[in-house]
Design a protein around this ligand. Structure first.
Ligand code: SF4
Ligand code: SF4
Length: 383
């Protein structure tokens, strides 16, 4: 890997992150890749929302009348075993139980509260710096590993509801979210555990757990903001209105990488995200330049390791007026549905995740006796 780090030649470095200092910048690194005003995404087009469509439903007819080119592929994906499908019921239920805890936290009442009886209450007045410090302190206390506050770019708000888990949600309803601020919460996963088990089912347990923890923290932070008298909404696995990755880039958590995930200096891409949006005025964090764009340009390890060929090894391409390394989400999701787990081979292959592990040696310990965690293959570059 030394060719990626020219300044490392001839030097001994304990942690290569030394060579990639986190540099606050005026504009996020993707700003250089904009080719025009961004086009917002419709959540109905995301693969998870499409996978939810039942063939006997009106929304199935409506969606594929509009997108007939996707119907055959989506029908085929729906016929695959699915997440946990290859496991016995006692093991599959482990993942179901963790996802169910996030489901408890995703109703409209949980994520945005009920309108206060008698109208809006008194707003507690706080200087933006003090408000940001309080919010970060609370999120840290609750267990968030990374917290960054940024502006909420309306282009990163979904245009229409695509996933519905609760009776009050209406598929296809336009989304109106005018909060100017986004609080980004990074929940790290156990990178050592993922390295031992990817791409098998325990990966799903780890990511579901990170999502569930993020959901709880986001709901608690949003509730705090409403108690201060402001509007606030939690966005998490079971109720998103925003694209968490670019919003987190704007909030200074890291950069968008070749693998399609956020890469952070602290945990690589080994984390899950939740978001809180609000109208409470908050001091914001600057976006950061970690050198990820330059690094990913040459690295390509995740593209080589991806068993589905979903990560491009070529240049960035234009998607919704942004030039980016475009993950082939259909290939990736097919692999998940075939293997029954959410894979994570691109996470365990990424050098930034390995640097993160170096700072947490406890995560290299063997799994507890009797654990169902099983050894996994190692990425090529580690063999
Ligand atoms: S999760 Fe697995 S299949 Fe999906 S992009 Fe990463 S390595 Fe490829
Ligand atoms: S494995 Fe390499 S190319 Fe892929 S995201 Fe990580 S640094 Fe970028």
């Amino acid at each position: 890997m030394d060719e990626l780090v020219p300044s490392a030649k001839g030097r001994v470095v304990d942690d290569w992150r030394e060579l990639f200092p986190s540099r606050p910048v005026d504009a996020p690194s993707y700003a250089l890749d904009l080719v025009g005003p961004l086009i917002a995404h419709d959540e109905r087009d995301c693969l998870f929302a499409r996978h939810d469509l039942r063939p006997d439903s009106d929304r199935y007819q409506t969606y594929y009348a509009r997108h007939p080119e996707r119907q055959a592929l989506d029908d085929e994906l729906r016929s695959l075993p699915g997440l946990g499908g290859g496991e016995g019921p006692a093991v599959k239920a482990l993942g179901d139980a963790i996802f169910a805890s996030a489901l408890l936290l995703g109703s409209e009442e949980s994520v945005q509260g009920l309108p206060p009886a008698g109208g809006a209450g008194q707003r507690v007045q706080l200087p933006p710096e003090e408000a940001a410090a309080k919010v970060k302190g609370l999120a840290h206390l609750l267990g968030a590993d990374l917290i960054g506050i940024g502006p909420l770019n309306p282009a990163f708000v979904y245009t229409h509801v695509g996933r519905t888990f609760y009776p009050e949600q209406r598929w296809g309803a336009p989304i109106v979210l005018d909060h100017p601020y986004a609080i980004n919460l990074g929940i790290r996963m156990n990178v050592g555990g993922l390295m031992r088990t990817a791409p098998q089912y325990p990966v799903l347990l780890e990511s579901a757990n990170a999502y569930a923890r993020g959901a709880l923290i986001a709901v608690q932070v949003a509730t705090y903001l409403r108690r201060l008298g402001y509007s606030a909404r939690a966005h998490h696995l079971r109720n998103y209105q925003v694209l968490s990755v670019p919003v987190a880039v704007d909030g200074g958590l890291g950069e968008l990488a070749r693998c399609g995930f956020l890469v952070t200096r602290e945990y690589g891409n080994c984390l899950r995200l939740a978001t809180v949006t609000t109208d409470l005025p908050l001091a914001t964090d600057a976006p950061v330049d970690l050198g990820v764009q330059h690094f990913c340009e040459r690295c390509q390890v995740c593209a080589k390791e991806c068993p589905a060929g979903a990560i491009p090894n070529g240049p960035k391409v234009e998607v919704h007026r942004l030039r980016k390394w475009a993950l082939d989400a259909e290939r990736c999701y097919r692999y998940w549905l075939e293997t029954g787990s959410d894979c994570a081979l691109c996470i365990v292959a990424c050098p930034w995740s390995h640097w993160a592990l170096g700072s947490r040696p406890e995560e290299t310990e063997a799994p507890p006796a009797g654990s169902h965690l099983r050894p996994a293959r190692r990425p090529n570059w580690l063999r």
